[in-house]
Each structure stands twice: as C-alpha cells, then as structure tokens.
Design a protein around this ligand. Structure first.
Ligand code: FUB
Length: 468
C-alpha cells in the first residue's frame, strides 16, 4: 500500500541518507578530476533499500536465493520481525522477493526473527529459524516449509522443532542422505534430522568446544574457544567445513574442518577479520557457476551499525590445499557472472544499486518499486544491449501526476538513451504500460533508470523491457 508523502514510511530514514550520499557523490562529480576520489565500483552491500542481516544463500535452478533477516530502521537492538528473500542469476543484480516469512507465520513465536537457514529437499524448501517461544520465553528453533524458494512458507509443525534457548540453526544434508541440524550460542549442538526434515532422531548432541577444534579465546573462562554463533557446515572434496562467527564482540569469521559431519573438528583460522562497523558477523558459503562466494554482513550502509546491518558478498578461491584464504570486505563486491538480458521482461525490483527507492508487494503478484521521488535511481549492471535497442516499455502506476523515467547509460548522470513519460493513472496500483523510443543503447553497459518529476512521490514501476 502507498503511504502519503508524510509521515515518511519505514525506510525513509535510510532513503533520505542514501539521497544525501548520492548528492555528495554528484558534488564530487563536479570537482576537478585531480581531486576526485578513485572511482570505486560500489555494488556491496547487496541491498540498499532495507537493512538486511544474517545471510543464508541457496543455489537452486541457476539462481542464488539469498535469505536474510531484517533489521528495522533506527534499531537499537535485534528487534527483528521478519525475513526477506532476494535472488540473482549474476551475483550483482538482485531481485527482491519480499517477505515470505515473519514472526506471524509461527503462532507460538513472540519475538526475535533471528538468523535462519534454508535447504531444499523432497522438492520442498525448509526454512529453519530461531524465534522466541511465547510460552517459555526461551529461544527455540522453528521450521517453515514451501513448495517454491520464494514461498509462501507455512509453519511445518505448529510448535518448535527443538528448543534449548540457543539460536542460529543451519541444516546440512550429507551425500549419504543423512541430514543434520546444527545450532547454538554459547554451545554448539546438532541433531540428526529425519528424511522428512521436520523431525529428528535421538537427542541433541553437544559438539565439544575444544581449543583444538575451535581456537583459543583469552580472557573469558566461561568461553575458552573462539566459537560464538552462526554455524555454516558444508562438504568440499571429502572435507567437512564449519564456518562460524567467532569471539563476540566484535566478531570475526573463522572456520574448522573435520573428516565427518560431527567432527572431530580442527581449528583452521580466520576467514574474514573484524571489519565493517557491525559487532556481529554471520557467514554463508556457496559455490555458484564455478566460483566460490562468502556472504556476510556489516554496517556499511548510511545509518548502518550493529543493529542496522547489511548483507554483502565476496568471491574467493580456495587455496590449493583446500584452506580458505583470508577474505576482506569490499565495497565492490563480487564480479558479475554473465550479463542481463534487456529484451526479456525484467522486474523493476531487480537492482544492482538503488538510490532513494523502496519496494512493496504489487497487486498482480511479486513486488514493485515505489516511493520514487525526483532524482531517485536504479542501477542495473551489465545490460547486454548488443546491436542496439529501439524502444523501452515499462509497467507503471501513479496515484499522483506521474513523471519521467530517464534511461541513462554508464552512470546516473550518463548519456540519456531515452525518456519515457509516466502519466497519472488514478492509483498507485492502477497499472498501465508506457513505451518510448531509445537510441544509443548498444553493447553491454550499466543502465540507470533515473526518475524525475515534481515534488512528492511520483509513480511506481512493476517491470520493464527493451525491444531491439
Ligand atoms: O541477527 C540476530 C543475531 O545476530 C543472529 O542470530 C546472530 O547470528 C547475530 O548475527
């Protein structure tokens, strides 16, 4: 639903600060080249229109699905109420799939939508999450299930799967079909999940937190090892890896390896040093299209910090002996894998970098971009125009006077390849398609949809597509 210009909707603080940063960048663009900072390719953090935390990436059907927590704007604690899903085929343009899971999904949960993890099995997607059990007041692990990676997810049990006051579940299905659920802070636990993924055999087992297995923490007699929280388990080349958040506060990312899924674990060292203006960090490791990636979170967005975090990603290469190199946070992020095809319909909420915009559920399903004001923009990276585009169409709606979509190449102030006028349509979800001629859009370039118009919110965009 569209909210009037004032009061600002949730996210407005973040949007305004981003607009300020954009203004600062434009100001830099006006000063002589000699004093300009070197042009950084900033595509990290992955999502700019909402704070995200606790990444859990899943590779499925040629895309990476990224499940995250959601830090509220201006938050001063982990007051988290829902989880978000994004997906990408190229690691830089991420599609917002909205909020298919929230505390309300679990009738027995009262608070704390913290770090979860999704696995696929039996043609279904299982999302394990820690939440506070209203009845006991303790943290418990719930499991939601869906037929699609973007939901809708429903509570699979109507009660906790397991509860011992600890957090951060992670599921791992071994090659022999045996699945495990790991979780814990301050301890590290596992249970053997049954094939249905929503029940388990035996009881929870505590993994011994030895300094040999998890490194040495000094100055805390109660917690002699580095293990803190956020276990992420996977198998590579016959070796089992357990990447985790180490030694709060502030946390760094570290890892251990073992010959089997339950150990014995050997501490291997740092994955990502302490960096990035958030006192927590949280790992997610995948391979996708021949490359390896580390997802993590930091406080790098404007207004960011320990309770206003953002998920980011780096590409990395394992050392020849299978060890993980030290990976640093960057604002560039992972390189694009392939290009984006502008001649098929693209969701407006597929974004490499958004300035000023937000997203919301669209009346016809999926999401649309909204809360657009004069000067806001969306960067879509690596758009393969090839021999040239002749026209641009977009599905738009406006409960105000509309405005203009400028198609700019290379930067938000780059060459204008076309201008599409958006009329008022009598409602923010009253959709119409506008089309305009395009010239000069050839080869592979970053596309900026820059929005202009009067004051207040201008219009919404559901999708767009070029014609050759
Ligand atoms: O996001 C809330 C908590 O912060 C998570 O459960 C932990 O992993 C830490 O990132």
């Amino acid at each position: 639903m569209k909210i009037p210009v004032s009061p600002f909707p949730a996210g407005a603080g973040l949007r305004r600060t981003l607009a300020w940063v954009l203004g600062l960048m434009l100001a830099f663009a006006l000063v002589p080249a000699a004093v300009q900072p070197s042009q950084a390719r900033a595509d990290n953090p992955i999502v700019q229109h909402v704070y995200t935390a606790d990444p859990a990436p899943l590779v499925h059907d040629g895309r990476v699905y990224l499940y995250t927590g959601h830090d509220e704007d201006g938050s001063t604690y982990f007051t988290m109420k829902d989880w978000r899903v994004f997906s990408s085929a190229d690691m830089v343009n991420w599609t917002d799939h909205g909020t298919p899971l929230s505390l309300a999904t679990f009738s027995w949960a009262s608070a704390d939508a913290w770090a979860g993890h999704v696995v696929q099995r039996n043609g279904k997607f299982y999302w394990y999450v820690p939440v506070k059990n209203r009845a006991t007041g303790r943290m418990a692990i719930g499991v939601a299930v869906a037929d699609s990676p973007t939901g809708p997810f429903r509570d699979a049990l109507g009660r906790p799967l397991v509860e011992n006051g600890e957090i951060d579940p992670h599921a791992f299905v071994d090659d022999d079909g045996q699945a495990y659920l790991y979780w814990g802070n301050p301890n590290l636990w596992y249970v053997k999940l049954n094939a249905d993924m929503i029940s388990f055999s035996g009881s929870a087992t505590k993994i011994p937190l030895t300094t040999q297995g998890f490194g040495t923490r000094t100055g805390n007699a109660d917690r002699p090892t580095l293990y803190e929280e956020g276990p992420w388990v996977y198998k590579r080349g016959g070796l089992y890896y357990l990447v985790f958040a180490a030694e709060c506060c502030s946390e760094f990312l570290a890892y251990s390896t073992a010959p089997g899924p339950t150990g014995p674990w050997t501490y291997r060292g740092t994955v990502m040093p302490r960096q990035g203006a958030s006192f927590t960090n949280h790992p997610g490791v995948i391979d996708f299209k021949g490359n390896s990636y580390l997802f993590y979170h930091n406080g790098a967005l404007p207004g960011g910090g320990g309770f206003t975090r953002s998920v980011a990603v780096e590409r990395f290469t394992y050392n020849a002996d299978g060890t993980i190199p030290t990976i640093n946070m960057t604002s560039a992020g992972a390189p694009q894998v392939g290009t984006l095809d502008p001649y098929v319909r693209q969701e407006a909420e597929t974004i490499a970098w958004g300035s000023g915009i937000e997203t919301e559920p669209a009346s016809g399903g999926g999401m649309n971009v909204g809360w657009i004001e004069n000067g806001d923009s969306i960067k879509v990276k690596g758009v393969a125009f090839g021999g040239g585009a002749s026209s641009f169409s977009a599905r738009v709606a406006s409960g105000a006077q509309g405005g203009t979509v400028e198609l700019r190449l290379g930067s938000a102030g780059g060459t204008v390849a076309g201008r599409c006028t958006v009329p008022g349509t009598g409602g923010w979800q009253n959709w119409t398609t506008v089309t305009c001629p395009v010239s000069g859009a050839t080869g592979t370039q970053d596309l900026y949809l820059r929005f202009t118009g009067g004051s207040g919110y201008l219009f919404n965009v559901d999708w767009w597509q070029f014609a050759r």
